[in-house]
Design a binder for this molecule. Structure first.
Ligand SMILES: Cc1ncc(COP(=O)(O)O)c(C=O)c1O
Length: 400
């Protein structure tokens, strides 16, 4: 048995994995073009061109480019008419912004537990928490793996709920051949630096609904009317417009997205096959309906019992020492500090999250989940073998 690197043995891997973001002359030239055009604002056509290309790519009629994924969610909630006291169902296994956007609307996030194998919102759990105050649901395609959109849409339509897809981690992902962001009423994406399509910051809203699109467009552009005069502001809004610089980068990055997604899918499927052979490791389930995964993260479950009773923290430390960067990922979102104070309903009653305990997400967060970053999946098959070999080596050492 070879000695673990954490105990002074040789590392499985000494080379770094591919870093992120990736760029070349295309991004450099696109930025210089904006600079030298002198058209740095609304007179530059990059944003409109990117919006058109992205809408086509996702397969929707409209897209509105904004400053971030968080603002995409906020503006989508405004368009969905979510306001004070309205309930919005969200999964507790997501980035803080999914809940933050709801709280910013003075609305009430209602958490429904996740599926234990995909870590995405469980449609059965979602249905259990619907009340007559529920206005919308935000399924999150966590780690770039599409949520069960058949189940979620069925429950949502039955109860007349608006569906806002949080696709911030799921560019290019597909559920039964349809791109995420085109299945619900509105889709929201982020282009923050870590994302599979990125410009440092940025976001976009996608929809097929003319009225929702028009409200989103107006809100993100100071309350203006599309096609109207510059000072024809009719509604409330602010400046949440994407810049020409971001759009320049995104137009260049988009030409690489399909090829990168193919590589991530090839490596992700290979890695799952190999890791599943190790007792005590269970890759996150990829449903048969997932025709393309974004693999923004690669997630698997660690079962400490099968690893000699060693806790996940020891596994993460040992794996990192072997040259495989990894992390534990999220805490249940309702444990965030901003949920420590109960939320007030308009009728004076309070929503107290302090006693909320959703068993699946608690176990996933506290004991099981292990995350690898998307850019690691842009490496070669040998890079994937290094990951598998490191996990095997730890298993041998831990389980004896
Ligand atoms: C699931 C999810 N929702 C929302 C966001 C918010 O996006 P942004 O950071 O662009 O505001 C992110 C990104 O970090 C995310 O991962």
């Amino acid at each position: 048995m070879s000695k673990l690197a954490i105990n002074g043995g040789e590392k499985v891997r000494t080379k770094p994995f591919p870093s992120w973001p990736m760029w070349d002359e295309a991004e450099r030239n696109a930025l210089i073009e904006v600079l030298e055009s002198g058209q740095w604002g609304l007179n530059n056509s990059n944003v409109a061109e990117f919006e058109e290309k992205y809408a086509d790519y996702v397969g929707v009629k409209h897209s509105i480019a904004v400053t971030s994924g968080t603002m995409a969610l906020v503006i989508a909630l405004i368009a969905a008419d979510v306001g004070v006291g309205d309930e919005v169902i969200i999964p507790p296994y997501t980035f803080t912004a999914t809940a933050g956007a709801v709280v910013m609307m003075n609305a009430i996030p209602v958490f429904a537990d996740i599926d234990p194998s995909t870590y995405n919102l469980d449609p059965g759990e979602m249905e259990k928490v619907i009340t007559d105050r529920t206005k919308a649901v935000i399924p999150v395609h966590v780690a770039g793996g599409p949520a069960d959109m058949d189940g979620i849409m069925k429950v949502a339509r039955k109860h007349k709920l608006m569906v806002i897809e949080d696709a911030c981690q799921a560019h290019a992902a597909e559920w039964r051949g349809k791109k995420v962001g085109s299945i619900g009423d509105i889709g929201c994406f982020s282009f923050q630096a870590s994302k599979n399509l990125c410009a440092g910051e940025g976001g976009i809203i996608t929809t097929n609904d003319d009225k929702l699109a028009s409200t989103c467009w107006s809100y993100h552009n100071c309350g203006r009317v599309k096609g109207g005069a510059r000072y024809e502001q009719r509604g409330l809004g602010a400046n949440f417009r994407m810049t020409a610089w971001q759009a320049a980068i995104l137009l260049a990055q988009m030409t690489k997205l399909e090829e990168q997604t193919e590589i991530r899918n090839r490596n992700g499927i290979y890695l799952s096959k190999k890791l599943a052979e190790i007792e005590g490791i269970e890759p996150a389930r990829r449903d048969a309906e997932v025709t393309k995964h974004a693999y923004h993260l690669y997630m698997f479950k660690y079962d400490s019992e099968k690893f000699g009773g060693q806790p996940r923290a020891s596994f993460l430390e040992a794996l990192t020492a072997e040259g495989i960067p990894c992390s534990r990922g999220y805490h249940p979102l309702y444990k965030q500090d901003f949920f420590k104070t109960p939320i007030q309903r308009p009728d004076g009653s309070q929503v107290d999250y302090s006693k909320l305990y959703l068993p699946v997400v608690e176990k996933v967060c506290n004991e099981e989940a292990v995350w690898l970053k998307q850019s690691m999946l842009l490496g070669s098959q040998e890079d994937m073998d290094d990951i598998v070999n490191a996990v095997r080596k730890i298993k041998e050492n831990f389980a004896g």
